[in-house]
Design a protein around this ligand. Structure first.
Ligand SMILES: Nc1ncnc2c1ncn2[C@@H]1O[C@H](COP(=O)(O)OP(=O)(O)OP(=O)(O)O)[C@@H](O)[C@H]1O
Length: 251
């Protein structure tokens, strides 16, 4: 079953008729339940625009988009925050944790907003915190832990609602190589456990942890590679070759 379906999505930004930017030209894309998809492309290719539309933070100029069979074009503005909370998990480059809350309360935030009982929140948190190796950090505040630890707290916040889809925007962008590897291994593990993930990244190494890599160029999906039975190093080589071809192709 598809979690996400985009059909002929177009997004034109226009202040007036003189200043039009077509950020997405014609994007069609489906993500199946349990997939782990990486999206790559050069700066300005349209990745953030695409992510914002999927995240219901922006609306397409034309085309259709459904998440879990819900038509996002028909989603009333008032319901978007609730929709995001119930269906999506977010992991950002800069963590977006609240310094006024301790790590536990940061993770609980989406469940508190969904009015879940404290006992259920604790029950969900325990195995997740173990898996993410943050159990000992829960009573500390975000400013008291390292970047890698912050990102694992942010991942816990994204995963605790068991969302239909985790949207990760450059999740390893602010991490050193050790913490990058740790986070990517974690994403792979939760994906194996059934979590669907869509990740925008500039890193071929990060993309090589996914099951499929999509390449965007000038607002269009230009190419895709499935991991299939390739080893990770072969998959990585194929991603790097595609990136080189993508950047050297004449406009
Ligand atoms: N609000 C906006 N108004 C006008 N143009 C915009 C707006 N947002 C994005 N654009 C333009 O749309 C195009 C795609 O931008 P987008 O941010 O989606 O690219 P990106 O692939 O995420 O780039 P990066 O990797 O640098 O973040 C760019 O030409 C950008 O300048």
């Amino acid at each position: 079953m598809n979690v996400l379906d985009l059909n002929h999505i177009r997004r034109v930004f226009a202040d007036d008729n003189k200043n039009k930017v077509t950020a997405l030209k014609d994007v069609s894309l489906s993500v199946d339940t349990g997939e782990y998809v990486a999206i790559m492309g050069e700066s300005g290719a349209g990745k953030t625009t695409l992510l914002n539309i999927i995240a219901t933070l922006d609306k397409a100029t034309s085309g259709s988009i459904t998440l879990n069979n819900i038509d996002l074009n028909k989603l009333p503005e008032k319901q978007t925050a609730k929709f995001r909370r119930e269906h999506l998990g977010f992991v950002f480059q800069n963590f977006n944790l609240l310094d006024t809350f301790n790590n536990r309360d940061n993770i609980f935030l989406p469940l508190v907003l969904a009015k879940k009982k404290y006992a259920e929140m604790e029950q969900r948190l325990r195995p997740l915190a173990e898996q993410l190796e943050i159990t000992d950090l829960l009573n500390r505040y975000p400013y008291e832990i390292s970047g890698g630890q912050k990102q694992r707290v942010a991942a816990a916040r994204a995963l605790i609602t068991k969302p239909d889809l985790v949207l990760a925007d450059e999740p390893t962008g602010a991490l050193d190589s050790h913490n990058t590897e740790k986070l990517l291994q974690l994403f792979e593990k939760v994906n194996v456990q059934g979590q669907t993930i869509l990740m925008v990244t500039h890193s071929a190494a990060a993309a090589s942890h996914s099951k499929r890599t999509l390449f965007i160029k000038d607002g269009q999906i230009y190419h895709e590679i499935f991991k299939g039975d390739y080893s990770r190093s072969t998959y990585l080589k194929k991603i790097m070759t595609s990136l080189t071809a993508l950047s050297s192709k004449e406009e």
